[in-house]
Design a protein around this ligand. Structure first.
Ligand SMILES: C[S@@+](CC[C@H](N)C(=O)[O-])C[C@H]1O[C@@H](n2cnc3c(N)ncnc32)[C@H](O)[C@@H]1O
Ligand code: SF4
Length: 406
């Protein structure tokens, strides 16, 4: 949930969607994202749409937030009509969702259930900072219907956590995983960040070992992105910290894949590993495979049937709109056929399930042949008509997608 909004056409104040978006709704997987835009402090590298208490200003409060989101859930039902639309996945992200009382998160989830109905076995995830939960809050979340939790671990090294401005101790994520398991969470993810300035290969190995040892069934590992306008970017510009190096990041990726694979975690998306198919994040898979989702909360981006829209960014503007009975949607765009093909290629080529060769534009076939010759695509699936990235291909995924789209 990046903090800047793209351009687009103004969205209608009713939130109404074009007919093209509504046709076929219910035939594709349907998910709900709930953005919770609050953090205790802002990490120096983070560009997400989130506010500390000091930054929030008047017109919005954490206390009233759940009621405001429930209003948007009701609006979603009116906009999407009365058709059967059971929810396959729900994902609460942030910000720090677990800064809100668990009862508030459960109340929002209950509103989604009562308006739409959760499909039996629906995946319901919340993100959490490791220091923002305890056994009692985890139990309440579990009883409230959450069955998956994703902790922002980032690193097991104190000096790395310090550069990232993280507030938890190196041992806290493992304790949080244990508490989540004891509370009955079926699925637990740990998010890691690599190539932070000052991190060595050994630090990264130690972080991976600690993450594996903690016993999650899913690990996400992202290279640190230096976002414009963040404190991290300013520190790098002033020469206080070195710029993360692409070659170092590539080496760290190889280390991650090696250690995770040894421990039984298999990649299923370039930055995501899981111990089994059931442990894959179904909500993210819905994003990556052209599903429909309604995203509630300030700055949240929704997608239904080729129409994308995004809400006003500030929590005060968001609350004001909903209090006035007006849709919080700020702008929208209807994707044309070309946009949809490009998006599908960009997302599906990053998946272990691959991208069908038959769907590659004729003009891009020489690029595909070159990628196979350079060892970027697995030969066996290729023979069966699928482009699946090799390990080397995963390192060069972005460049390959760019080449395929010219
Ligand atoms: C935005 S956070 C929300 C969840 C929670 N507040 C946390 O920090 O774990 C989701 C994930 O995005 C990661 N993230 C945010 N900014 C990033 C950046 N610039 N580079 C890499 N990962 C980033 C966070 O570290 C975190 O694991
Ligand atoms: S806690 Fe998470 S969302 Fe909040 S500032 Fe840090 S990375 Fe961003």
């Amino acid at each position: 949930m990046p903090s800047t909004l793209p351009d687009g056409d103004p969205a209608p104040t009713t939130g109404e969607l074009p007919d093209s978006a509504l046709s076929g709704l219910g035939e594709r997987p349907f998910g709900f994202y709930v953005h919770v835009p609050f953090c205790v402090t802002r990490c120096g590298y983070c560009d997400f749409n989130t506010y500390t208490a000091a930054e929030l200003g008047p017109g919005a409060s954490q206390r009233d937030y759940a009621d405001t989101v429930v209003e948007e859930v009701r609006l979603a039902r009116r906009v999407l009509g009365e058709r059967e639309l059971p929810v396959d996945t729900v994902f609460f992200g942030g910000g720090t969702p677990t800064l809100l009382p668990p009862e508030d998160l459960a109340r929002i989830l209950a509103a989604i259930d009562s308006e739409f109905g959760l499909r039996p076995g629906a995946e319901v995830t919340t993100e959490a900072n490791p220091e923002s939960v305890d056994p009692s809050s985890l139990e309440k979340l579990r009883h409230g219907g959450f069955n998956r939790i994703s902790f922002g671990m980032q690193s097991a090294r104190e000096h790395v956590l310090r550069v990232l401005d993280r507030k938890h101790t190196p041992g806290r994520p493992a304790a949080a995983v244990r508490e989540a398991r004891e509370a009955g969470f079926e699925h637990v993810n740990l998010d890691l960040i690599y190539s932070t300035p000052g991190e060595s290969d050994d630090d990264w190995r130690a972080s991976l070992a600690a993450a594996i040892e903690a016993g999650p069934d899913h690990v996400s590992a992202y290279s640190l992105i230096v976002e414009e306008g963040t404190r991290l970017a300013a520190r790098i510009r002033r020469g206080e910290l070195p710029l993360p190096d692409d070659d170092v990041a590539a080496d760290r990726y190889l280390i991650a894949d090696e250690l995770l694979a040894e421990a039984g975690f298999h990649w299923y998306e370039v930055s995501n590993w899981a111990v089994s198919e059931e442990a894959r994040c179904r909500h993210n898979l819905l994003y990556w495979t052209g599903g429909d989702w309604w995203a509630a909360g300030p700055g949240a981006h929704s997608h239904v049937g080729g129409t994308r829209w995004w809400n006003v960014k500030h929590p005060a503007a968001y609350a004001q709109r909903l209090a006035a009975g007006v849709s919080p949607a700020h702008s929208r765009e209807v994707l044309d056929a070309g946009d949809r093909v490009a998006e599908r290629l960009m997302l599906e080529l990053r998946l272990v399930t691959g991208y069908p060769l038959a769907d590659v534009a004729p003009g891009a076939r020489p690029v595909v042949a070159g990628a196979l010759a350079r060892g970027l695509l697995e030969p066996e699936p290729f023979k069966a008509g699928l482009m699946v990235l090799t390990l080397r291909g995963r390192l060069l995924a972005d460049a390959l997608v760019r080449d395929l789209l010219v």
